[in-house]
Design a protein around this ligand. Structure first.
Ligand code: SAH
Length: 246
């Protein structure tokens, strides 16, 4: 069964190399149809319990199809992780929504515009774009040079002046931009790196998948200068947090 929605242009001829959906002559048409696909994704997110209006609004504004390969664009608004090259994946929209909602909960909407947020694992840049539509300042770190550059290209058209992309090992955090009001990890380690715990502001939240073969989301809150409270949440499946850069 073909799942290619009517708003997508025809696939490129065999042998042609394109990374982006080829825009048709009436890009407004593509825009309207992808807006509809995104609106139905938002409805599904509401149905599974995502409530935060700013998070839903941000997800409704970021064109997920612009962050993945043209060959996969027809699946952009399904709730699935998709390959983005270099053995990595773009996270499922429901996971992106859940993680951002969990860290945002400690920040009332009025404080979000002044919040400083760190993402570890930029990948294609999708979640970074959503974060930048919810919070005041976002820094996102990626350890694979090719993905860091791919994210930069994907994000250019969105002109998010409050989003900074950093190439490096996320284990170290970004000391120059700390302390953070929220930290979101998009790759699973065996433990939360100490530098990230230290770069949380008191009262800040960090959300991270932890584990190897079995993983679970861990929500960490820095309740006092020397005290972090951890809550173990849903079982998840993320790519591994690796050391160093490549
Ligand atoms: N945030 C992405 C998900 C990317 S997948 C989204 O919007 O869907 C996770 C990413 O984490 C991969 O790109 C991987 O290269 C990166 N990663 C793994 N270990 C890392 C580390 N130590 N520092 C920074 N990025 C890392």
């Amino acid at each position: 069964m073909s799942r290619r929605p009517s708003w997508l242009p025809a696939p490129p001829p065999a042998g042609a190399r394109t990374r982006r959906p080829v825009l048709p002559q009436n890009p407004g048409g593509l825009g309207l149809a992808s807006d509809r696909a995104r609106a139905s994704m938002i409805e599904s997110l509401r149905r599974i319990g995502v409530r935060d209006a700013q998070v839903l609004d941000a997800l409704s504004q970021v064109p997920r199809h612009a962050f993945i390969d043209a060959a996969l664009a027809s699946r952009a608004y399904e709730d699935v992780a998709l390959p983005i090259g270099h053995g990595q994946t773009i996270s499922k929209p429901s996971t992106v929504a859940r993680m951002i909602e969990l860290v945002a909960q400690s920040l009332p909407p009025s404080r979000r515009a002044a919040a400083q947020v760190l993402e570890i694992g930029t990948g294609c840049g999708y979640q970074a774009a959503v974060l930048a539509r919810v919070f005041g300042q976002v820094v996102s770190v990626e350890r694979v040079r090719g993905l860091h550059e791919q994210a930069r290209n994907n994000l250019r058209a969105m002109r998010l002046a409050n989003l900074r992309l950093v190439f490096g090992d996320g284990h170290l955090g970004v000391a120059q931009a700390a302390p953070f009001d929220a930290i979101v990890m998009a790759a699973a380690g065996e433990a939360i790196p100490d530098a990230l715990l230290e770069q949380m502001r008191v009262g800040a939240r960090l959300i991270a998948p932890i584990g190897t073969t079995r993983q679970a989301l861990h929500l960490v809150e820095r309740v006092e200068r020397e005290q972090w409270q951890v809550t173990v949440l849903d079982a998840v499946r993320f790519v591994p947090l690796r050391t160093g850069t490549s």
